[in-house]
Structure formats: structure tokens, C-alpha cells
Design a protein around this ligand. Structure first.
Ligand SMILES: *[C@@H]1O[C@H](CO)[C@@H](O)[C@H](O)[C@H]1NC(C)=O
Ligand SMILES: *[C@@H]1O[C@H](CO)[C@@H](O)[C@H](O)[C@H]1NC(C)=O
Ligand SMILES: *[C@@H]1O[C@H](CO)[C@@H](O)[C@H](O)[C@H]1NC(C)=O
Length: 277
């Protein structure tokens, strides 16, 4: 059965190349070896208080610009990773289809919003919503745990609901606040204690930008690879200092610029894209 699918897949790719669709084959060379199975998942969460502080333009798709502020960590993506600090990307030629996840739309809007205006680059459909980027780039590499698009988003949301980082931090006495600083080790220990595995924390100018929880392939908590943070795979500016902040963000400041629709590529996303590339 698997062989039949593979043959069908090769035929489709061959047909596209034969049809002269150059860019398609350029993005996924025909001779490329299939990427090996991943080792663990990282559920990457983003902190709107830090990311939205860089928002200069607003638009309907930008979660930072809502009148109801995002006061919780939102989902960035569920990423299959290798134990050596690298990760697979764009593994199966399966385009994102919004129709497949329509039942989840409300939850995705609330908990998995884009925090930028520009559309995201994708592996197979060129450009698309944030969810298309995450599915095509990471979701397609999540087999055999994840079989299809609906399952990818469902699993990510399930893990997110089950392990509420915002809740874990506040129960541990770490509150969202402007000006207050917390020892990085205290934040890590608080999550470790509540979650059962060491998180990975990414900072931007001393504020928490992302927090990642890691899971084995049975979706049980495990430690993230903290070494990758000190080993050059994260740029220096993403390092967290000894004391870190978890700032609030003020949606009123942003509400002022909602008339200004961003049409060009947002450079804030460029740096984010490079990091998660
Ligand atoms: C980390 O750095 C060491 C020493 O430079 C190197 O041997 C190792 O491959 C690096 N690991 C990763 C994941 O980059
Ligand atoms: C997580 O906890 C925060 C703070 O208690 C709460 O506002 C939020 O709704 C919770 N998120 C989910 C997905 O339950
Ligand atoms: C919002 O816009 C008004 C009118 O243009 C201006 O007076 C005010 O200073 C702005 N507020 C902020 C926070 O930028």
C-alpha cells in the first residue's frame, strides 16, 4: 500500500515537472532523499506581550491588534525535531487546505493566531496563512505520529490545553507584569515542576519571546534540548539573560494604528522566519 502511494506521488511530481512547472521542482528537488523520522516534538508557544511590542502596523489577521488583548501564550507550532538539534522540514507534498480544519477555526483564531500582518511562506503553496506555513513545513514531517492536517492541529491544540503554561507560571508566582524581572532558573524550574520536563526559552531583549515544551513520540513530557540554545543554533540575540521579563502588552496603543493596513513584507517576520527556518 505504501509503495502504491509512493509510486503515485512520484508520478504526480514527474507530471508537474513534465508540465514545465519549474519552481515546483526547484523547491523540492526530485532526487532528494526522504527525511528520516523525527525524534521528539517541541510545542512552541509565543508570548504576545513581547512580540506585539514590535507591532507597528495592524490588520485583521494580526492577533496583536485585537481589542481583546491576548493574555496567554499562543501557539507558534508543533515541531518535529531531531535529538542532534536539527529538524526535518517540508517532508510531504501535501498542501494546506483550510477546509480540513474548519471545525477548529474558532480555537485556532483564539489560541493560534498569527502575530504579524504579512502572509507566511509555505513549502508547497507559495504563500498562505500562518497555519499553512506550520502544516506544510512541520506538520508534513510529523509522521508516523501525525497522519494528516486535521490530526496535526488537533494534537497541537490538545497538548496546549493539557499543559497550560500561562497557568503554570502564575501558579508558580510568576505573573505577567511590566517592569518585574524573574530569574531564568526560577522560570525554568517552575515549568519543569509543573510540566515534568525542562522547557526551552527564547528571549528578545531580555523578554520571553517563546517558550517550548517538548514531548516524546507518545506525547509524554520530556526535556527539551537546552544545549541547542548555547550552541549556536539560536542567535546570540535570542539568548535569555539571567533575569527575564514577561511584559504585558497594551492593546490601546496598537488600536490607534488599525487604519494602516500593511501590504508589504513585514521585516519583523523576516527575523522570526529565519530563526524557525
Ligand atoms: C555543539 O558544539 C559542539 C562543539 O563545538 C559540536 O561538536 C556539536 O556538534 C554542536 N552541536 C550542535 C547540535 O550543534
Ligand atoms: C490558560 O490559563 C490562562 C490563565 O489562567 C487562561 O486565561 C487561559 O484561558 C488558559 N488557556 C486555556 C487554553 O485553557
Ligand atoms: C492615538 O491617536 C490620537 C489621534 O491621532 C493621538 O492624539 C494619540 O496620541 C494617539 N495615541 C497613541 C497612544 O499613539
Amino acid at each position: 500500500m505504501a509503495t502504491t502511494r509512493k509510486v503515485a506521488c512520484v508520478l504526480v511530481v514527474w507530471a508537474l515537472v513534465a508540465a514545465g512547472l519549474g519552481p515546483v521542482s526547484a523547491r523540492a528537488p526530485l532526487g532528494r532523499k526522504p527525511q528520516r523520522e523525527f525524534d521528539y516534538f517541541a510545542l512552541s508557544l509565543q508570548w504576545p506581550g513581547t512580540i506585539c511590542a514590535s507591532t507597528r502596523h495592524c490588520c485583521a489577521s494580526n492577533g496583536c491588534c485585537r481589542s481583546e488583548p491576548l493574555q496567554w501564550f499562543t501557539i507558534h507550532g508543533l515541531w518535529p525535531d531531531y535529538d542532534d538539534g536539527t529538524w526535518p522540514a517540508c517532508c510531504r507534498r501535501t498542501q494546506f487546505e483550510m477546509d480540513k480544519i474548519l471545525p477548529l477555526k474558532d480555537m485556532l483564531d483564539k489560541y493560534w493566531p498569527s502575530l504579524y500582518c504579512s502572509s507566511s511562506s509555505t513549502c508547497f503553496s507559495g504563500k498562505g496563512p500562518f497555519w499553512a506555513h506550520e502544516w506544510e513545513k512541520h506538520g508534513t514531517c510529523s509522521a508516523p505520529v501525525v497522519q494528516d492536517e486535521l490530526q496535526y492541529f488537533t494534537i497541537a491544540l490538545d497538548l496546549y490545553f493539557k499543559y497550560n503554561v500561562t497557568e503554570m507560571l502564575s501558579s508558580g508566582g510568576i505573573q505577567i507584569s511590566n517592569g518585574k524581572e524573574y530569574a531564568l532558573s526560577e522560570v525554568i524550574d517552575t515549568i519543569k515542576h509543573a510540566f515534568g520536563g525542562s522547557p526551552q526559552i527564547v528571549c528578545k531583549r531580555g523578554s520571553v519571546e517563546e517558550l517550548r515544551l517538548c514531548f516524546d513520540k507518545e506525547l509524554k513530557p520530556r526535556d527539551c534540548l537546552t544545549t541547542s540554545l548555547t550552541n549556536g543554533s539560536v542567535s546570540r540575540t535570542k539568548h535569555c539573560p539571567q533575569y527575564i521579563k514577561l511584559p504585558k502588552y497594551d492593546p490601546l496603543v496598537l488600536a490607534n494604528s488599525t487604519g494602516e493596513i500593511m501590504t508589504q513584507f513585514d521585516h519583523f517576520e523576516v527575523s522570526a522566519a529565519i530563526y524557525t527556518a
